[in-house]
Design a protein around this ligand. Structure first.
Ligand code: GDP
Length: 333
């Protein structure tokens, strides 16, 4: 009896939050997983190899076309997930050119590497697009939230670079008939989130406050609202997009929006504190030159066509993150 050929996936940004979740997800589905890792002595490598021994790492860089072609030759993937990016909005204001090179032009280099090595157009390509492309203003936000047809108005060098990635992906699909799609993902968080993001910064600090390791948290603006989901749920949606008959773009979101104040309330309640105000200080250093006001996504199309739905809700997300940080921080005592 003929056995089914093992599928192969190549992931850029493998050491990031979504890279870890996706590698785990695809490995469980029986894929052979390849990941691109950057730099000669990447400090993340050792930790990554210990946690994901089944991932085949390839040294390459999103700003180096030939290294990506080489990665295609080595891995010969069925699916490519482009998650690699300078992905922090605040950082992108400080390093706008690097952000344009990696987050924007890197998408073109990856698409070209596929086009040049896959003349039969068998490879399926996923581009990690983002809700930051919408910008969060009232005028362009439909009542049910941003959907696949909403108007873009990026508010950071990161959002602008991601918009280039979105359009070049669409352009390669239309120009060359490639199976190239964008997932427009709203904020997704979890245990693997970096502390440069507000959710993890809060849950880590809350855990440390509970354990007496820290007195307070310094934050920027508290009124912006985000559609926060759990990263583990979102990688399933990415994979589903590449299993469709036809390539298309999809929004993944929870359909709910909450302010940073809401996040603080739930996180502090988890450690038995009802009023978080005495523990939070505002610091302009964490404010941005332009802010995204309200992000709310409408995932109806993904729910209908992909059969995808988030499993973890807002409260569940905050709880699991606080619990995880309490476990990590207690070990340090
Ligand atoms: P983003 O939505 O991709 O920018 O994700 P972040 O987690 O970095 O930021 C979410 C929101 O939290 C933004 O509106 C930030 O301006 C706001 N915010 C307030 N204080 C902080 C802070 O100390 N760090 C970060 N990263 N964001 C903060």
């Amino acid at each position: 009896m003929a056995t089914k050929k093992q599928k192969k996936a190549l992931i850029t940004g493998i050491t990031g939050q979504d890279g870890g979740h996706l590698a785990e997800f695809l490995h469980q589905k029986g894929y052979q997983v390849f990941g691109i890792i950057r730099g000669q002595h990447n400090p993340k490598k050792e930790k990554f190899v210990a946690e994901f021994p089944y991932v085949n790492l390839i040294e390459a860089d999103l700003t180096d076309q030939s290294s990506l072609i080489n990665a295609m030759h080595i891995s010969k993937p069925d699916e490519v997930y482009n998650l690699g990016a300078i992905s922090h909005v605040g950082y992108s204001f400080k390093n706008p050119q690097l952000t344009a090179d990696v987050t924007g032009r890197g998408v073109l280099y990856m698409l070209e590497a596929i086009r040049l090595t896959d003349p039969e157009k068998k490879v399926r390509f996923y581009q990690a697009s983002t809700s930051e492309m919408f910008g969060g203003k009232d005028y362009n936000r439909p009542d049910k939230g941003y959907n696949e047809n909403a108007i873009f108005h990026p508010r950071s060098p990161y959002g602008v670079a991601k918009l280039y990635g979105y359009w070049i992906t669409k352009n390669y699909r239309e120009s060359y008939g490639m199976f190239a799609v964008s997932g427009i993902l709203f904020n997704h968080e979890g245990e693997r989130r970096g502390t440069e993001f507000v959710t993890r910064k809060i849950t880590k600090s809350v855990a440390r406050i509970k354990l007496g390791l820290q007195d307070d948290i310094e934050l920027g603006d508290l009124w912006p609202k985000r559609d926060w989901g759990y990263a583990g749920d979102y990688v399933d949606g990415m994979w589903r997009m590449l299993q469709q008959d036809k390539p298309d773009d999809y929004v993944l979101a929870t359909g709910e929006t909450h302010s940073i104040e809401d996040f603080l309330s739930v996180a502090f309640q988890e450690i038995g504190i009802d009023d978080w105000h005495p523990y939070v200080k505002q610091n302009p250093a964490f404010m941005r030159p332009a802010e995204v006001d309200v992000l709310l996504g409408d995932p109806s199309k993904a729910e209908k066509e992909l059969g995808w739905k988030r499993k973890v809700d807002f409260r569940g997300l905050v709880k699991l993150m606080v619990k995880n940080d309490l476990a990590i921080e207690s070990e340090k005592i």
